[in-house]
Every structure is written in structure tokens, then in C-alpha cells.
Design a protein around this ligand. Structure first.
Ligand SMILES: NC(=O)C1=CN([C@@H]2O[C@H](COP(=O)(O)OP(=O)(O)OC[C@H]3O[C@@H](n4cnc5c(N)ncnc54)[C@H](OP(=O)(O)O)[C@@H]3O)[C@@H](O)[C@H]2O)C=CC1
Ligand SMILES: O=C(O)CCCC(=O)O
Length: 489
């Protein structure tokens, strides 16, 4: 891969103060999902190296937390600037290992960098407070302190931004982080560690350990030194990690699966709803936890919406993410293709109609045709399971009450969306949806300024926004006694 700065593609893991290089015999191969070509190797590390990284983090964190918030802020700011300076190379590495089109990959770098920028600013705002006291000789103070060593496990769908959304607040708060990136996309994480070094982030403060998920995760979850685990990925693995963390009573941040409803009411601006559905459904080829998974359209506009969406999506090209103008890249792997194909065939078998796509793409590999299904009903797998692929299932509904009940009838509660121009309905529906996030007349809700997170099986905690910093801080209450009341009081 031709990069402007070839040092960013490093076939090595960052463990404490050292880089451990991969060899081709024992290393893990990383391939391009669009072509199957080998990109390189990362070391296959396990328990010993994870312990080493945790120890280094525990050592590094004290001096880091003792710096002024402004000093931490300036170093994080430098990290952000380096990410932006190297946006082209970081985008190219991301497209090579993840598959998303280059423009979208560079967009993810801007998005990822924005978390470092935001938390560089928030570092200086970890305010405590003073509460009116219950006794004349006492004062009640609250201070916020860094939680300590944080372990992070991140997925392949956003190989940059899901890391910075965690590392930004952790380091801003004064914590140290040990990260295990997804095995399919480790080079984006490693490039971040290279830039962290260049930005002056001290040794041990941000380790990237590649290798066996169960060995690394086992040490992270059982370590008494690790005080918080932050994870983005499947609900199944998240629940397992939650259980593994129980004996050491860690704080947990879990960003898990979703089953987002996208509701179009009769009174919606239909063209805007179609634009929003394209973004909410097909961003990253349907491989995000906030992707619209169920599209509910009111009976009066169902046919018109279905046709407008079909016409719009039919024009969007699929191919290698490095080719000009591509909108849909490959899916991450064959398992993803199989799941998408299963959901389509299950829906067809139960009576749905395929109005666009519906099968593996003629390009072969892990490419799948963007697909639209009409006549979809609640008994189909697409209604209850996250497809994580480019399938838009359109359900028809009659009343607001009916669609709210259907939208909430799921174990998940991450993102939801609806389109309406009726102000009273906007409030009613916003309040009735049992979700952590609601997009109202928009299909794109993600930004560093907003609290990202879910309820129910979609997880715990919030990332981004001012609340995102609090997830890496502990509240400490200071009760100051023995204060002599003023004479005569
Ligand atoms: N909420 C979200 O954003 C995401 C949701 N998903 C959902 O999950 C499905 C499966 O995707 P998948 O990539 O397998 O997601 P996983 O949850 O398996 O992977 C996410 C991360 O967890 C790690 N991991 C896996 N098993 C363990 C373990 N036993 N202990 C510690 N860490 C572990 C993975 O490591 P490794 O890569 O080494 O296996 C990866 O870093 C998708 O189809 C989608 O539905 C997937 C990705 C993101
Ligand atoms: O899929 C995810 O895990 C996160 C979605 C990306 C975003 O919108 O921030």
C-alpha cells in the first residue's frame, strides 16, 4: 500500500514502552476484505503481554494524572492534529483492512479525531462541587478523580473512531488505557499508537495488544489493577465480559447490538425520509449498531416511499473501496454474508418481496447487493435480529400506537429514528420510544458532542459529550469537619 508516511503501517504491537514486531510464522495475517490480499501481520500475543501492558499502565498513570489538566489537554490536542495531518494515510489503512470506501474511511478519521479534540477540551472541565452542609462545622465537597487503568476491546466496523471515543475521555480524565483491537482491523489501532508516541503521550499510557481475544480479554477482566472495562461489539460477547468482570467489581462501559426502528409517518417529508433512510440503513454498508434494522412506513405513503428508496439505492455503486465513487464496499467476512443471505431467504420464505438486490454480488468475494424487501412482517428474522448488512426491510403500519408498540418490542434499545412534521407527535413519539438515542427527521445522529449509548441489551454508559468524561472518573466525597463557627453565630 502506498502511503505518504510508511511508518504508520507498523506490523507490531505497542506493549508498555516497547514495540513487539510480528513474524510471518506466528503472526496473525490481516487481509483486505475487497480483494483477499495480504496487508501484513500483527503479533499473536496473549496473557503475558497483557499483564505487561497493564503493569506499565499502572506505573504510567500516576504521573499522567498528576499533570495539570491543561498539560494533558495540550498533548491530546497534538494527537488530534497528527490524526488530521495524516488523514489520507489513516483513511487508506482503514479502507484496506475494513473495506469501507476511501471517502467514508477519511470521514471516519475526521469523526475519530473529533473525539480526541473534544476530550482534549473537556479535560479541563472535570469540575467538582460544594454542597450546602448539614452541620455548621462541616463542609461537603465532591472531587472527581481518574478511575485508574482502563481496558478497552473494540470492533472492526469503526477501527478508528470506536478507539478514540474511549481513549479520548480515558486519557483526558487522567487514566491509562490498554486496548485490544479487533483482529480483522488492528492496523488502524497501531497507527493511532504510532501517532500517540509522536504526540508525546508517555510510554505505558496507551498500549495496543493484538492477538488472542480470549487470552487478552481473560486477563483484562480478571485483573484487579484494571478498574474499568469498555467494550464495543456484540451483545453476546459483551454479556460474557460483564460476567467475567463481576468478581473484581469493575466499572463497565458496554456499547452492544441494536435493532433500530426507522419510522416514516404519513405527514413526513418523504424525500427527506428517503435521504435519511439511505444514511441510517446503508452507512458502512449496514454494518453499524445504529443502522436502521426495521423500517416502518405508514400505509398512506408505503408504496411511494418504497419506490423512492428503491430508485435512490439502485443508483449507488458497489465495489472496491479504493475505486472512485464507490458507495458500498464489501462486507467484513463470509460469516457476515451468510447472515445477510439467511435473513433475506427467511423473509422471502415467509412472504416478503425483494424489490432490489437480494443476493451475493456478481463481484464475488464478500460483496452483497444492496437489498430492499417489502411486505415484511414481525415473524421474520429481520424483525428481531440485527442483520448488520445492506438489507432494508419495509414493514407497513396503520396507527401511531401500533408502531410504537412494534418499535419497542425488542430486547435492544440503542438508536431509533422517525420522520414526522406534526409537533405534538414529535414529542409524543420521542418520549415513547424506549431507546438511548432518537433521531427526529434525521438519519445521522453520531457526533462527539452527543451522548452515545443504549438501554436494555444495548449496553451501559454513554460515550462522547460531557457525560463521556464522567464514565472515566470516580466521585470522591470529602467531609470537612471541625470548622469553628464564626463568633456570635
Ligand atoms: N455494537 C457494535 O458496534 C458491533 C456489533 N457487532 C455485532 O456482532 C456480530 C459479530 O461481530 P464480531 O466481530 O464477531 O463481534 P464481537 O463482539 O465478537 O467482536 C468485538 C470485539 O470483541 C473481541 N472478542 C471476541 N470474543 C472475545 C472474548 N471471548 N473475549 C474478549 N474479547 C473478545 C473481538 O476480538 P477478535 O476480533 O480478536 O475476535 C473484537 O475485538 C456482528 O454481526 C454484529 O451483529 C459487531 C461489531 C460491532
Ligand atoms: O456501530 C457502532 O458500534 C458505532 C456506530 C458508529 C457511530 O455512529 O458512532
Amino acid at each position: 500500500m502506498a502511503l505518504k508516511d510508511s511508518g504508520l503501517l507498523r506490523q507490531a504491537a505497542r506493549v508498555g514502552s516497547r514495540w513487539i514486531y510480528a513474524d510471518t510464522e506466528t503472526g496473525l495475517a490481516v487481509t483486505n476484505p475487497a480483494t483477499g490480499e495480504l496487508i501484513g501481520y500483527v503479533p499473536n500475543l496473549g496473557a503475558a503481554e497483557t499483564n505487561e501492558a497493564i503493569k506499565a499502565a499502572e506505573t504510567a498513570r500516576h504521573a499522567w494524572a498528576a499533570r495539570t489538566a491543561k498539560e494533558r489537554s495540550q498533548i491530546l490536542r497534538r494527537w488530534y492534529e497528527l490524526m488530521m495531518e495524516h488523514q489520507d494515510d489513516l483513511g487508506a489503512i482503514l479502507t484496506a483492512e475494513q473495506g469501507k470506501p476511501l471517502t467514508e474511511a477519511k470521514g471516519e478519521i475526521t469523526y475519530g479525531a473529533s473525539f480526541i479534540e473534544w476530550f482534549a477540551e473537556e479535560a479541563r472541565r472535570a469540575y467538582g462541587d460544594i454542597t450546602p452542609s448539614h452541620a455548621p462545622d462541616k463542609r461537603i465537597l465532591t472531587v472527581k478523580q481518574p478511575i485508574g487503568v482502563v481496558a478497552a476491546i473494540t470492533p472492526w466496523n469503526f477501527p478508528n473512531a470506536m478507539i478514540t471515543r474511549k481513549a479520548g475521555p480515558a486519557l483526558a480524565a487522567g487514566c491509562a488505557m490498554v486496548l485490544k483491537p479487533a483482529s480483522q482491523t488492528p492496523f488502524s489501532a497501531i497507527a493511532l499508537a504510532v501517532l500517540a508516541d509522536r504526540a508525546g503521550i508517555p510510554d505505558g499510557l496507551f498500549s495496543v495488544v493484538t492477538g488472542s481475544a480470549s487470552a487478552i480479554g481473560g486477563v483484562m477482566t480478571s485483573s484487579k489493577t484494571v478498574r474499568k472495562l469498555t467494550f464495543t461489539g456484540s451483545t453476546e460477547v459483551g454479556a460474557m465480559l460483564y460476567a467475567q468482570c463481576a468478581p473484581t467489581i469493575k466499572k463497565l462501559g458496554l456499547e452492544l447490538g441494536g435493532n433500530a426502528p426507522f419510522i416514516v409517518f404519513d405527514d413526513a417529508d418523504l424525500d427527506a425520509a428517503v435521504e435519511g433512510a439511505v444514511i441510517a440503513k446503508f452507512r458502512n454498508n449496514g454494518q453499524t449498531c445504529v443502522c436502521a434494522n426495521r423500517i416502518y412506513v405508514q400505509a398512506g405513503v408505503y408504496d411511494a416511499f418504497a419506490e423512492k428508496l428503491r430508485a435512490k439505492v439502485a443508483d449507488l455503486p458497489t465495489g472496491n473501496g479504493f475505486d472512485q465513487g464507490i458507495v458500498f464496499g464489501p462486507l467484513i467476512d463470509q460469516a457476515a454474508v451468510d447472515k445477510v443471505a439467511e435473513h433475506v431467504s427467511d423473509a422471502k420464505a415467509k412472504g416478503a418481496t425483494v424489490t432490489l438486490g437480494g443476493k451475493a454480488h456478481e463481484l464475488g468475494g464478500t460483496f452483497f447487493e444492496p437489498t430492499i424487501l417489502t411486505g415484511v412482517t414481525a415473524d421474520m428474522a429481520v424483525a428481531t435480529e440485527e442483520t448488520f448488512g445492506p438489507v432494508a426491510p419495509l414493514f407497513e403500519f396503520e396507527t401511531e400506537a401500533e408502531v410504537i408498540e412494534a418499535a419497542n418490542d425488542t430486547d435492544f434499545g440503542l438508536a431509533s429514528y422517525f420522520y414526522s412534521r406534526d409537533l405534538a407527535r414529535v414529542w409524543r413519539v420521542s418520549e415513547a420510544l424506549e431507546y438511548g438515542m432518537v433521531g427526529i427527521n434525521t438519519g445521522l445522529i453520531s457526533t462527539a458532542e452527543a451522548p452515545f449509548g443504549g438501554v436494555k441489551s444495548s449496553g451501559l454508559g454513554r460515550e462522547g459529550s460531557a457525560h463521556g468524561l464522567d464514565d472515566y472518573l470516580e466521585l470522591k466525597y470529602l467531609c470537612m469537619g471541625g470548622l469553628t463557627p464564626a463568633e456570635g453565630a
